[in-house]
Design a binder for this molecule. Structure first.
Ligand code: FES
Ligand code: FES
Length: 164
């Protein structure tokens, strides 16, 4: 049996250009974690039903277990590593300040979807944040606290917009 066809795929990941030679059918999640060593996006279900693997692709939150790297060729990808700078992204800061998570397994995916929403609609209400996060599971049952923290972060971002 022959190996599956390999091809070269180019991505911009967290602002850096990368090129990988791979079977283009491999999920983007595996390339991020196993080839590029970016472990923030997590493997939960592998079936686009938990949200743990969510990253931002061309400005949209995407479950990276459900997108082949071939289909992501040329894309601009942002992972949760990008939110952890010094100082951290305001969403991360608020999440830490309020100790919203428990084990944290779900958090990077939730943060990426929230970051995409914040970029698109900083005035999003608690209800619309909750609606946006509907496909994300938290096995620790911390959804309420996570939502509280996100609501605070969105309020702060909105306040900064009004001040500017
Ligand atoms: S691992 Fe991708 S949605 Fe669960
Ligand atoms: S904090 Fe543990 S899965 Fe959400």
């Amino acid at each position: 049996m022959s190996d599956s066809a390999q091809s070269s795929v180019s991505l911009t990941v967290n602002g850096s250009n990368v090129s990988v030679t791979t079977d283009p059918a491999v999920p983007l999640l595996y390339i991020l974690r196993d080839t590029l060593g970016l472990r923030a996006a997590r493997f939960g279900c592998g079936e686009a039903t938990c949200g743990a693997c969510t990253v931002i692709v061309n400005g949209r939150a995407v479950m990276s277990c459900d997108l082949s790297v071939g289909d992501a060729d040329g894309a601009d990808v942002t992972t949760a590593e990008f939110l952890g700078g010094d100082p951290p992204h305001p969403l991360v800061e608020t999440m830490l300040e309020q100790q919203a998570g428990q084990c944290g397994y779900c958090l990077s995916g939730i943060l990426m979807r929230a970051a995409a929403l914040l970029e698109r609609d900083p005035a999003a209400t608690r209800n619309s944040i909750a609606e946006e996060l509907d496909g994300h599971l938290c096995r620790c049952g911390s959804q309420g606290r996570i939502l509280d923290a996100l609501e605070t972060a969105f309020h702060r971002a909105k306040g900064k917009q009004v001040e500017a």
